[in-house]
Unconditional design. Structure first.
Ligand code: MGD
Ligand code: MGD
Ligand code: MO
Length: 768
């Protein structure tokens, strides 16, 4: 057995001693390992581990109003199963399976077999199905708009995109809307054997490629090769892109041949751009007033775009805000006007600064995976509409041209996600979570979601079970060998749901007669065969793979460029859009009920942005945390050390701080009409004036009873973010659009949520 395991922040080697994990070190092949893995041994034995099944005491007495309050009782597995079995059976009898919500969005383990949500769904599929969620929080607006514009989502995420070697060989200018944040590139869903993004950027610097970063926050500034930072007011990138397009029209640099051959609808768009349609020229002066970028700078950038082979990219953050569909659509339009799309290493694609190894060369083949099967119920809601669904049963919405009716939910079940991390307007979520009859959560730690549940099931960490990793952007697959026994009563996801399936008589359908190792071999051999059939690649057989600890796909011989085949022969390789071309004007959208989305890209003022702010308000951006993954590892390692006086640092420009009498390290109160939190001010020139950056992931730590009216003591931005969707087309989360007030508050002691357990929960040392 090898000592290898895998996490979303990198592969690891594990050292154990007397049945305990002693150290977790980076994978030998990793050239830029993430410091996050240093916190893992601490996390395995953290005081907030869920050690036994637990049930909320008041729920046993029929209460549903007080989730998040009061004591739990610890029970054995048989008792927990008894309750779950009874709950599921009564809901199915009374309401049918549409009374069960198990979308369970979230970043469970990197191990693809014990992926918690997949097991939950697979089990429920064997007993009639459940209400699901579609899209991801990462790029929900993009997932809806990109297929309308370019036919699919390769431009947004995954492994099939323009690769770095092609970019470096061909582009002379790379423009990063949203900047390039190397701390975000530490992470890849499903793990990564080597962190390559930093090396590609270094190489870009060596080759003298010009780099422009456009963002309200200058992340990773010191680690990047020479580059220019343009400060932009949050939520205004579309206006900047329009002005760049306008200046290109004005200087007669539009590639009309490309537009005619490969695009539809430019004729309907240009009159809007030039102001012929609405009397407003979208020129550099116009955009300067919106974005805060000097008009001369915009014109200079437009000239550079015309004069150089370019690669344009935007981080996913641009679409996690009101009208978040627009910047992506407009950047594609801009690249089309330049005629760059499909030329080797040039054009446009998103997410290069958002996730590790996007654009790293890798043969196109899907990674090892475990499937939930088909949901016989077939009902779903958009990912960010959970609270809306719970608060408005029977309500209807239009979503990407379909009508969706919110079901009445009895049972909410979350396994491998943390809505009290990811959901917008948390105080509203608290209210929504007090509606269903029963909330079940499988968790490793006592997160705020577990604390707002009725039945909590203890899950193992990756180190306590055997698994296999796989990511669409990585060439490596890890054989994740079990290193220690499960802590106390914790069980693997497969064991948890096998136990339930046995009670429902569906174990055969759920487990297909395989045990854990049987499944791993099955998943791996399927992958090995696909690698051989589609790539001619020879991977070791399962036993050898398991012994070695990892397998590696060969690097592709030539670098891939997205849409090169389409450019080469658009008749033979059309896009999957209705016209087969890039749609700058979309008939689907023109004819849809979504009147808030125009049929071509355009600038729409968000409700909350600096242009609508009161003099004392700041625009809060809530980026991904450099020191943890969402809420994971918040209480340990580099994340714990990054806290100031126990609270999350809120980065603020010294000018804005001075105006408010705030000094570095002061406790601050951040609030708006939706909520309030405390954080610690960290003065930084890397944040532009008018903006405050509060990273996500500080565990929600409400003072008193959770919900509207309480304040979060730790610095969780989602008590401040708004439920307003990006648009009615995508209903996506718009968490970067939030105005807040900030003031200095008197220093107070911080009660550490990572040391505090719900009442009734034992803390005895786990058995080892
Ligand atoms: N304000 C604001 N909010 C945001 C964002 C933002 O930019 N701003 N970003 C959004 C984005 S992009 C995302 S992806 C979401 C992320 O939101 P989530 O994915 O929900 O956040 P995580 O903290 O990663 O939650 C995963 C949970 O799964 C648990 N877990 C891990 N492995 C297992 C396992 O094997 N079994 C079980 N049962 N549990 C396991 C972990 O302990 C953790 O609590 O947040 C979104 N929220
Ligand atoms: N360390 C770490 N890395 C992560 C994660 C994590 O939790 N921790 N989460 C992972 C996940 S799930 C995802 S989806 C990705 C998300 O990847 P992204 O969406 O790219 O990440 P963010 O950090 O939200 O935003 C990136 C940058 O965009 C800037 N920005 C915000 N609003 C605007 C705007 O209006 N215009 C411009 N031009 N810039 C803006 C932010 O200030 C930030 O510097 O990150 C992944 N990487
Ligand atoms: Mo994400």
């Amino acid at each position: 057995m090898a000592d290898v395991s895998a996490t979303h922040w990198g592969f690891t080697h594990v050292t154990t001693r007397a049945g305990r994990v002693e150290a977790i070190d980076p994978f030998v092949r990793d050239r830029n390992p993430s410091p996050l893995i240093g916190g893992l041994p601490e996390a395995i034995y953290a005081p907030t581990r869920v050690l036994r099944p637990a049930i909320r005491k008041a729920w046993l007495e029929g209460d549903r109003e007080n989730r998040g309050e009061g004591a739990f009782v610890e029970v054995d597995w048989a008792t927990a199963y008894d309750h779950i079995e009874r709950e599921l059976k009564s809901t199915i009898a009374e309401k049918g399976n549409e009374g069960i919500f198990a979308g369970s969005y979230g970043w469970g383990s990197a191990g693809r077999f014990h992926h918690a949500a997949t097991h939950l769904k697979r089990f429920l599929n064997t007993i009639g199905g459940f209400v699901d969620q579609t899209q991801t929080y990462s790029f929900a607006a993009g997932q809806i708009i990109c297929p309308h514009v370019v036919g699919d989502n390769r431009i947004l995420f995954g492994g099939e995109t323009t690769e770095w070697p092609a970019i470096l060989d061909n582009a002379r200018l790379i423009v990063f809307f949203g900047g390039i944040n190397l701390s975000n590139a530490q992470i890849a869903a499903g793990g990564l054997g080597n962190h390559a993004t930093a090396d590609w950027l270094t190489e870009a610097g060596k080759r003298g490629i010009e780099i422009v970063c456009i963002s309200p926050v200058h992340d990773s500034g010191e680690q990047l090769p020479p580059h220019e930072w343009l400060q932009i007011c949050p939520g205004t990138d579309t206006a900047l892109m329009l002005a760049l397009a306008y200046e290109i029209v004005k200087t007669c640099r539009v590639d009309h041949r490309f537009l005619e051959r490969y695009c539809t609808g430019y004729g309907a768009f240009e009159p809007y751009l030039t102001g012929q349609a609405d009397g407003v020229r979208k020129d550099a002066d116009w955009a300067s007033g919106i974005t805060g970028i000097p008009a001369g700078t915009i014109r200079k950038l437009a000239a550079k775009l015309s004069d150089n082979p370019v690669f344009l990219t935007a981080s996913w953050s641009l679409q996690r805000q009101e009208n978040g569909e627009q910047p992506l659509w407009m950047l594609i339009t801009l690249a089309a006007m330049l005629g760059e799309i499909g030329l080797p290493g040039r054009g446009v694609s998103f997410g290069y600064g958002s996730m590790g190894n996007r654009g790293d060369p890798r043969p196109v083949i899907s990674s090892p995976g475990f499937k939930a099967g088909t949901n016989p119920l077939g009902r779903f809601i958009p990912v960010a509409r959970v609270a809306d669904m719970l608060l408005d049963p029977g309500g209807t919405i239009h979503f990407d041209g379909q009508e969706i009716t919110y079901p009445e939910i009895d049972i909410v079940w979350w396994a491998g996600g943390n809505p009290f991390h990811h959901h917008q307007d948390l105080n509203r979520l608290v209210e929504a979570f007090r509606k269903p009859r029963t909330v079940i959560v499988n968790e490793i730690w006592w997160t705020a979601t577990a604390r707002h549940a009725d039945i909590v099931l203890p899950a193992t960490t990756a180190f306590e079970r055997n698994d296999i990793s796989g990511s669409p952007t990585d060439r490596y697959t890890a054989a994740m060998s079990k290193q220690i026994e499960p802590q106390c009563e914790a069980r693997s996801e497969f064991d948890i749901f096998s136990g339930l399936a046995a009670r429902f008589g569906t174990l055969e359908a759920y487990g297909e007669g395989r045990d854990e190792m049987g499944w791993l071999e099955h998943i791996y051999e399927d992958y090995r065969q696909r690698a051989r059939d589609t790539l001619g690649a020879v991977l070791p057989a399962f036993a050898a793979f398991w012994e070695k600890g990892f397998a590696e796909l060969p690097a592709p011989e030539s670098a891939y460029t997205l849409f090169a085949d389409f450019r080469d022969n658009p008749a033979k390789n059309p896009l999957k859009t209705p016209s087969g071309k890039i749609e700058i004007w979309s008939r689907f959208i023109a004819e849809s009920v979504h009147e808030d989305v125009h049929p071509h890209p355009r600038w729409v003022e968000p409700r909350e942005w600096l242009g609508s702010a009161k003099a004392t308000q700041l625009h809060m951006v809530s980026p991904q945390p450099a020191h943890r993954l969402h809420g994971q590892l918040d209480g340990v390692g580099v994340s714990r050390r990054s806290k100031i006086k126990g609270r999350e640092p809120a980065r603020i420009n010294p000018e804005d701080a001075a105006e408010r009498g705030i000094r570095d390290g002061d406790e601050v109160r951040i609030w708006n009409e939706r909520g309030e939190c405390l954080a610690t001010a960290s003065l930084s020139e890397h944040v532009m004036p008018g903006v405050i950056a509060l990273a996500t992931g500080a565990w929600y730590n409400p003072e008193g009873r959770s919900g509207r009216g309480s304040r979060d003591l730790h610095g969780n931005p989602n008590v401040l973010t708004s439920n307003v969707p990006t648009s009615t087309l995508s209903h996506a989360p718009a968490q970067h659009s939030a105005l807040v007030f900030v003031e200095k508050s008197a220093d107070s002691a911080y009660p550490d949520i990572h040391q505090k357990l719900p009442e009734g929960i034992g803390r005895e040392e786990p058995e080892t």
